[in-house]
Design a protein around this ligand. Structure first.
Ligand code: ADP
Ligand code: MG
Length: 229
C-alpha cells in the first residue's frame, strides 16, 4: 500500500492550465448560446447572428487545434526535403489579403532557390504563419511587415520584422507564456505553440523588441540537425 502524496507543484500547473482552457472556451460558448437563444425567440434576427456564431466556433476550433499541437509527440514528425522558399511563399500568399485589408505593407526578400531543409512542411508553415500574423496584428494601418530569409552555412534563418509598438521588457519576459495576450480578442496561445513547433523541428527562436522600435523575430533551423535523424 502506498499513500499518494501531494503533487502540489504539478497540480497547480495543471489546474492553472485547465482553468485557462476552460475560460477560453467558455467565453465563445456563452456567446454562441446567447445568440442561438435570441435567434430561437426571434427567427427574423437569426441571419444577423450567423457570422458571429461562425466566428466564435472558429475561435474554439483554433484553441483546440493549438492544444492538440502542444500534445503531439515530437516522434510523430515526418521529416522530408522541403524548399523553404515554398513555405514562405505560401504564407505570404495566405496573408496578403489580410495585410491589404488592414492597410499593412507586407514585403519579403529571400533567394533560397535550390536550397532545402529536412523538416515538416506543415509545422514550418504554421510557425511562419503565426509570426507573420502577430506582426500584421501588431502594426497599425500604414505599418509594415517584412519577411527575410537567408540560407548560409547550413543554417536557414527566417526573420519577421515589423514597425509596430514593440514589447516592453516585462512583456518580452512573458511572451510564450500560456494565455499571455495584450489583445482584446487574443488567445495568448500562438507564441507558445510556435515555440513548441520550432523545438520539434530542432530550431531556435529569438524575440528582439523594444517599446517604440518594432519587433524582430528570428527562427533558425540547421540542415545538419535534422538530417542526422
Ligand atoms: P495572441 O496573438 O492571441 O495575443 P500570441 O501568443 O500569438 O497570442 O502573442 C502573445 C502576445 O505577444 C500578443 O498579444 C502581443 O502582446 C505580443 N506580440 C507577439 N508578437 C508581437 C509583435 N510582432 N509585436 C508586438 N507584440 C507582439
Ligand atoms: Mg497570435
Amino acid at each position: 500500500i502506498i499513500e499518494l502524496k501531494e503533487q502540489s507543484q504539478q497540480l497547480s500547473t495543471i489546474t492553472q492550465m485547465s482553468a485557462g482552457i476552460a475560460h477560453e472556451i467558455k467565453n465563445p460558448l456563452t456567446a454562441i448560446k446567447g445568440f442561438l437563444q435570441i435567434g430561437a425567440a426571434n427567427p427574423d434576427l437569426r441571419d444577423n447572428y450567423q457570422e458571429i456564431i461562425l466566428d466564435e466556433v472558429n475561435r474554439i476550433e483554433s484553441i483546440v487545434q493549438d492544444f492538440m499541437m502542444l500534445s503531439k509527440p515530437k516522434s510523430s514528425i515526418q521529416l522530408e526535403e522541403v524548399g523553404p522558399d515554398q513555405a514562405i511563399a505560401y504564407v505570404l500568399r495566405l496573408l496578403e489579403g489580410e495585410a491589404e485589408e488592414k492597410g499593412v505593407k507586407l514585403s519579403s526578400s529571400f533567394d533560397l532557390e535550390g536550397t532545402f531543409l529536412y523538416t515538416e512542411p506543415k509545422r514550418l508553415k504554421q510557425i511562419l504563419l503565426n509570426l507573420v500574423k502577430n506582426a500584421i496584428e501588431a502594426v497599425d494601418q500604414g505599418g509594415s511587415v517584412h519577411i527575410a530569409a537567408d540560407y548560409s552555412g547550413d543554417n536557414l534563418t527566417v526573420s519577421v520584422s515589423d514597425n509596430g509598438p514593440g514589447l516592453s521588457e516585462d512583456e518580452l519576459n512573458r511572451i510564450g507564456e500560456p494565455f499571455f495576450t495584450t489583445k482584446e480578442k487574443g488567445t495568448g496561445l500562438g507564441v507558445m505553440v510556435t515555440k513548441k513547433m520550432v523545438e520539434d523541428l530542432n530550431g531556435k527562436i529569438y524575440f528582439n523588441s523594444k517599446i517604440g522600435h518594432g519587433t524582430l523575430v528570428t527562427v533558425v533551423f540547421t540542415k545538419e540537425e535534422n538530417s542526422k535523424k
